[in-house]
Design a protein around this ligand. Structure first.
Ligand SMILES: Cc1ncc(COP(=O)(O)O)c(C=O)c1O
Length: 369
């Protein structure tokens, strides 16, 4: 049936985001049990047990609407990061914050600058608002912030930087980000997406964006998430730090109850469990090292990663590796969406999951069964 109702013209040219395949879908479709997912950069440890207690307590109040503006969580984040509560916004995942930024600031034909192979949601969301996307090539699989800064003009509304970047895992230093911020017009919003901040924070040259850069640059927005190091991807909570006025515009257009009641409560508790985050980061650092070494020993190129995943160049099409691993109950992420047909992205799992992935890879690429 064809309906006589036309969607916005722009929708026809937009390619939808393809999320990592779910464990349930693979189990159902291939009749497998014990499937493991290393495809969405989730936390292999789960979530903080302390935070999970708050989830159980919250069940008593599920019949109530949550507080619309998530005041307790905003306050907790403000205290934790030593910023004014008016400078904090929480969203339904950082994905919602990316959407809100585009909806609030982009007029049709405004320019938006992204890097080649940057997190795809930037282009997709900005494209939906009718932005003209300027894509700047990477250098050594890393955002070329100098060239991105030079591309910015008075027509540029937003410049997106994922740091570390997904899917490459590469990162930009504080000096590079600082120079970028100095070089763009004051009316260009620089969005620093730090979804993987915790995994990179100890690198000596990684930007300390919240305590240092935010104060100096009112056109900077830093976004982070509870989905990765906090292990709460299923609850969908992201947060942003920016000038109060800027936060106010986003706050005005978000859904009234964008962060649900259990999510608000659990995240307040998750913030208190620093030991859990530390453990999460340590497990990833160790697993990342083990995986990278073993995959390189199989003859493949693996990019150095500051995230909880690895970007791997495969000798055969990435989709083939993905399909062959799927049959063995291991889900990774092919990179065709990015126009990279001979690569896969692999999330770091538990030591047992990593060994299972490696065994699968050896079979798939070595021709074993
Ligand atoms: C760079 C980056 N930004 C944002 C997100 C969105 O995360 P969430 O909406 O779960 O906060 C992701 C998810 O993988 C990501 O990789």
């Amino acid at each position: 049936m064809t309906i006589p109702i036309q969607p916005r013209r722009i929708l026809r040219s937009l390619t939808p985001y393809i999320p990592g395949k779910a464990i349930a879908a693979v189990s159902r479709e291939l009749g497998l049990s014990g499937v493991i997912k290393l495809a969405s950069n989730e936390n292999p440890l789960g979530a903080s047990p302390k935070a999970m207690k708050a989830l159980r307590r919250a069940t008593a109040d599920y019949h109530l609407y949550p507080e619309s503006s998530s005041p307790e969580l905003r306050l907790a984040l403000a205290r934790f990061h030593k910023v004014d509560p008016d400078c904090v916004l929480v969203g339904n995942g950082s994905d919602e914050l990316i959407r809100l930024l585009c909806e609030a600031f982009i007029e049709p034909d405004d320019e938006v600058i992204v890097s080649q192979y940057a997190f795809l949601r930037f282009k997709q969301q900005a494209g939906l608002m009718g932005a003209k996307i300027i894509e700047v090539p990477m250098v050594d699989w890393t955002h070329d912030l100098r060239t991105m800064g030079m591309a910015a003009s008075l027509r540029t509304k937003i410049l997106f930087v994922a740091n570390p970047n997904n899917p490459t895992g590469t990162y930009n230093t504080e000096e590079e980000v600082s120079e970028l911020l100095k070089s763009v017009p004051a009316a260009t919003l620089v969005v620093l997406d730090e979804a993987y901040y915790h995994y990179a924070a100890d690198l000596p040259d990684f930007p300390q964006s919240v305590p240092r850069l935010l104060k100096r640059h009112p056109n900077l927005v830093v976004i982070r998430t509870f989905s990765k190091a906090y292990g709460l991807a299923g609850l969908r909570v992201g947060y942003a730090f920016a000038e109060a006025e800027l936060v106010g515009w986003l706050d005005r257009i978000r859904m009234p109850f964008n962060v649900n009641l259990p999510a608000q409560r659990v995240c307040v508790e998750a913030l208190k469990d620093a030991a859990f985050v530390k453990r999460s980061v340590a497990v990833v650092a160790k697993g990342r090292e083990t995986l990278a070494r073993a995959i390189r020993a199989m003859g493949m190129e693996v990019l150095d990663s500051a995230g909880n995943f690895l970007f791997v160049h495969t000798p055969v099409p990435g989709r083939q590796v993905y399909n062959d691993l799927l049959k063995r109950g291991v889900i990774v992420r092919p990179m065709d969406e990015y126009g990279l047909s001979k690569s896969v992205r692999i999330s770091v799992g538990t030591p047992a999951q990593n060994q299972r992935l490696l065994a699968g890879l050896r079979q798939v690429l070595g021709g074993g069964s």
